[in-house]
Design a binder for this molecule. Structure first.
Ligand SMILES: C[S@@+](CC[C@H](N)C(=O)[O-])C[C@H]1O[C@@H](n2cnc3c(N)ncnc32)[C@H](O)[C@@H]1O
Length: 399
């Protein structure tokens, strides 16, 4: 069971809740869920990502692939090694990571690329959370000083655009979503937040959602009462960032499905999920500011948004298939052979390391862990070569 929030957390949440409450009152008693989620996660100094809680890691609320070990970053580095090699040699190569979390991915990724003698000209980190940005800088200063001259923390991709790779792991799921509910006539009405009995609660708007989104949903004949999400911010993000890519590949990793699976009749409550101390639940109104709120990603909509920005889908598959295609097991086999050769009572360290690695590989690839629910999509512009990450599996036809 999670520990209940402490006094400081409760006070923090109360301050943020008052701000949200004022917004609701100033807006005739109703705000969109999109706005609520934006404030709960990103209100300056108070939102879950903007404030100082631990968030990511064993002692936070959830764990991400780069924190399981070095294999995820290593595989991505091997994919980027191939991309950088294929880009025009006379252009500056830039890797841009959005939402770098603790900074662990950037560190392990650059160490791996360095070992392949393929460091990019620059590694840009774009991070909205001042708290996480500070943690990233501390980690790089203590454990990756040699990369400080190529890493830059910036607010946006330069207007002139970049050549290289854009990477985002678990960024899209953390962007605010529009929520809707299907009414008795089959129309999707926007779900928002009101104050009912002095508490935040769901309230359906009398207005339908925009026609273009209504048409999107009408393909799936959803039943009355069905609730779900539309990743409007994630789609907008892909469009605007995709336009800044002159040549190269955008690699996005997150949990989600193609649209037909996303709006499946079985998912009558949608995909909204909250994380607090490693417990997942579906109440976004629980102590705003101290818990994460996420939604799964509609990868068909992401592919379509990429198309609007002249990006072409190069590949889409489960995270397991992607990492295995990039030599995950070969790497582990080498390490395990090493451990077996040293497998004596005098060397328990290598046995334990081998066990930890096996656990990491299982978490990253098994279908009932991150291997299938997590997907990788690669969107490219002016980049003609195939990507090795999709050698074993490419399901872009399902999008
Ligand atoms: C779920 S965490 C994932 C962190 C990290 N990529 C990992 O795998 O551990 C989401 C990250 O995205 C950041 N973020 C959210 N919206 C962003 C945006 N629009 N631009 C850049 N970073 C953003 C958050 O502050 C956080 O660092």
């Amino acid at each position: 069971m999670p520990n209940p929030p402490n006094k400081i957390q409760i006070e923090h949440s109360a301050v943020l809740s008052n701000i949200i409450r004022e917004c609701i009152e100033q807006n005739d008693g109703w705000i969109s869920f999109e706005q609520f989620m934006g404030l709960a996660l990103y209100a300056p100094g108070l939102g879950y990502y903007s404030a100082g809680s631990k968030k990511i890691g064993a002692d936070g609320d959830f764990i991400t692939a780069p924190l399981l070990g070095k294999q995820f970053a290593g595989c991505l580095a091997r994919q980027c090694n191939e991309i950088i090699k294929n880009l025009a040699a006379d252009q500056l190569t830039t890797i841009t990571e959005f939402g770098a979390g603790t900074g662990q991915f950037a560190l392990d990724f650059l160490i791996h690329l360095d070992s392949l003698s393929r460091l990019p000209d620059q590694y840009l980190i774009i991070e909205t959370s001042a708290d996480l940005k500070q943690r990233q800088q501390q980690l790089i200063e203590t454990s990756g000083r040699e990369y400080l001259d190529i890493i830059k923390w910036v607010d946006a991709i330069p207007e002139t655009g970049i050549n290289g790779v854009i990477i985002a792991n678990e960024l899209l799921d953390s962007l605010p979503v529009m929520r809707f509910q299907i009414d008795d006539s089959g129309q999707a009405k926007e779900l928002g937040v009101s104050i009912i009995d002095d508490r935040f609660d769901w309230k359906v708007s009398t207005h339908s959602i925009p026609e273009v989104l209504q048409q999107r949903l009408s393909q799936y004949s959803l039943p009355p009462g069905y609730q779900s999400e539309i990743g409007t911010h994630a789609e907008g993000w892909v469009r605007s960032i995709g336009e800044k890519l002159r040549s190269g590949v955008m690699i996005l990793v997150d949990y989600g499905f193609p649209q037909a699976e996303f709006y499946h009749w079985d998912r009558v409550q949608g995909t909204l999920m909250c994380h607090y101390q490693h417990i997942a639940h579906d109440n976004p109104f629980y102590f705003p500011g101290i818990q994460d709120i996420t939604s799964h990603v509609d990868f068909s909509a992401i592919a379509a948004a990429g198309h609007d920005a002249d990006l072409q889908v190069m590949g889409y598959c489960g995270q397991g298939g992607f990492l295995l295609s990039l030599g995950l097991l070969e790497n582990v086999e080498t390490i395990q052979i090493g451990a077996t050769q040293n497998n004596t009572a005098a060397n328990p360290h290598s046995i334990s390391r081998s066990h930890t690695l096996a656990q990491e590989i299982k978490k990253l690839t098994l279908p009932n862990q991150m291997g299938e629910l997590f997907k990788v999509i690669a969107l490219a512009k002016n980049y003609p070569a195939p990507l090795s990450g999709f050698t074993m599996q490419n399901r872009k036809g399902r999008l």
